[in-house]
Design a protein around this ligand. Structure first.
Ligand code: GLP
Length: 236
């Protein structure tokens, strides 16, 4: 695992964008595993800026997102599909028909979760998976648990996650209680992983995740077992 520390969020965003840009130079038809949340917003801004300057090309990219809230359709401003459209997909030359986000309106989470994993396999797997991390150590929406859940599935969100994500909604009551998330096995199959996080609170979570034993109570700890993980953490 390679851990890079930066002073500011802006530096983190540029470094993360550098890694994605390099990936697309090396393999223009990469399958990118993408993430939402506040952490990657700066990185997406840098990528959009580079696209406008002709420095990065998304025309051959396929993307698969980590997760989606159950009950929100893609037009809902807090859905992760909407987030991706407005922060990246509508602003670059990616083919929208090759951007995939789990279906928040699923009526059969188990079936659709397995289909999502099969779809990723059929694309040849994820070349580079971007991750953030929650304050309870979740990645995607894989919450602390007694076991690691391997496949894409519907997860019930922890009260602490609902509280943390309430800042994007008008109240905590409006935050969906469940989400469809790539499983930890789906994430771990990615060829490369890039995790970004900011601030002391996240640094503490990551210290716990990476210094102790691999433990499903801190889902991010599973990344210790992946052969190619880069973590960028900024002080602020
Ligand atoms: C959500 C997302 C995660 C994300 C986490 C941290 O719960 N499902 O993928 O990593 O929030 O978000 P933030 O970057 O806003 O702190």
């Amino acid at each position: 695992m390679r851990i890079i520390e930066t002073k500011t969020y802006e530096e983190l965003s540029v470094l993360a964008a550098d890694i994605l840009t390099e990936q697309l130079k090396r393999k223009p038809d990469s399958v990118l595993g993408l993430a939402t949340g506040s952490s990657p917003i700066g990185m997406y801004e840098v990528l959009v800026d580079r696209y406008q300057k002709g420095e990065v090309d998304f025309s051959r990219v396929t993307s698969v997102n980590l997760d989606e809230y159950i009950g929100l359709n893609g037009d809902h401003p807090q859905s992760y599909r909407y987030f991706m459209d407005t922060h990246l997909f509508n602003l670059v030359n990616i083919d929208k028909s090759r951007t995939f986000v789990p279906n928040g309106l699923t009526t059969d989470g188990e079936r659709d979760g397995l289909l999502y994993d099969e779809h990723i396999e059929s694309l040849g797997g994820i070349d580079l998976q971007l991750l953030g991390v929650g304050y309870d150590g979740h990645i995607g929406f894989n919450e602390p648990s007694d076991t690691f859940v391997v496949h894409t599935h519907v997860e019930t969100l922890d009260p602490s996650t609902i509280e943390a994500n309430a800042r994007f909604f008008s109240s905590a009551d409006e935050v969906p209680k469940q989400a469809m998330t790539m499983g930890l096995g789906s994430i771990m199959k990615a060829k490369k992983i890039l995790l970004i996080a900011s601030g002391e609170k996240k640094a503490k979570v990551l210290r716990e995740a990476f210094s102790g034993k691999v433990n499903p109570r801190i889902p991010a700890s599973v990344l210790q077992l992946h052969p190619d993980v880069t973590v960028i953490i900024s002080e602020k």
